[in-house]
Design a protein. Sequence first.
Length: 136
Amino acid sequence: MSDELDKVLGLISRALYDEGEVSELGCSELESSVMWKLAETLTPGKKIRSIRNWQWWYITFPEGVDVPEYLSPSMVYSDNLIADSSGILYAGNWVRSTLLLNFHKECLFETENSFYLLVGKGTQKTVDAKTAFSLY
């Protein structure tokens, strides 16, 4: 294996498996159906994905790379999809969002195309853009 590949795999491994800081965001299982319905009313037709064991990633971009002003440099990742309104993904799949557009009610992470309903506790960590975008 090349040194470059070893480096990339190491960065991905740290992004996925380093502990991170415990986050106070997310809703309970009991609240999740109410939050799902809220997402349906905020933007009808937008995909909704509920996730647990989630990670909120603060994305660092290289100097000179600008994030559009209407987006925030954050993504969510989860190795445990609960449900997907579009039926594209299945329960138990992993999922990574695109950049944050809005955040609602401490648990609805909205991107340009989807809502991610953060269920239960999760973690927060900083991940570089190259690593985050390599997972898709």
